[in-house]
Design a protein around this ligand. Sequence first.
Ligand code: GRF
Length: 196
Amino acid sequence: MKNIAVFASGTGSNAAKIIEYFAGHKNIRVALIVSNKATAKVLDTAAAHRIPTHILTRASFYQTKDILKVFNTYSVDFVALAGFLWLIPDYLVRAFPEKIVNIHPALLPKYGGKGMYGMHIHRAVKAAGETETGMTIHFVNEKYDEGNIIFQAKTKIEAEDTAEDIQKKVLRSEHEHFARVIEEVLEGGDASKKSA
Ligand code: GRF
């Protein structure tokens, strides 16, 4: 059994999709939900599925490195970042090489980097008059949004789409692909060949 830890601090809709996708899976399970917000909705979803949770503080994450012990306790093999904004510290990247993936709601390398998150991205995409955007699933390294790309899916933008419309379209695409791509990475398939 491969054990995934999902990190989520936003609405948690991608995390919820991942939890549902792997419920009852033969080889993969969501073993832990990690958040830096004690009020994150994803913690209720975790409780409903009886998945253990861990709340990070800046000190525990960046200084005392408690997460390594927690990962040990739950035998975590793989990490999926689903709406988690803190930079992943070097010690964690080194402990899990090519085993941490992130989802980003744009076609990286465009609209990535520090400060490019949430509606900031979709507003910038709209302001630039792009006719397409999309989402990217990539491995995580020590820099924001710069690890190797695993999978991208494009989303068409209509002239009348607002930044909010763009966000909804991209999120739908994220829900469609993220769990499946995680499964393919973990089961050794080549997710990259299936770019949409
Ligand atoms: C998603 O758009 C994801 O790409 C980004 O943060 C958002 C999280 O949304 N990293 P949700 O919390 O899963 O609804």
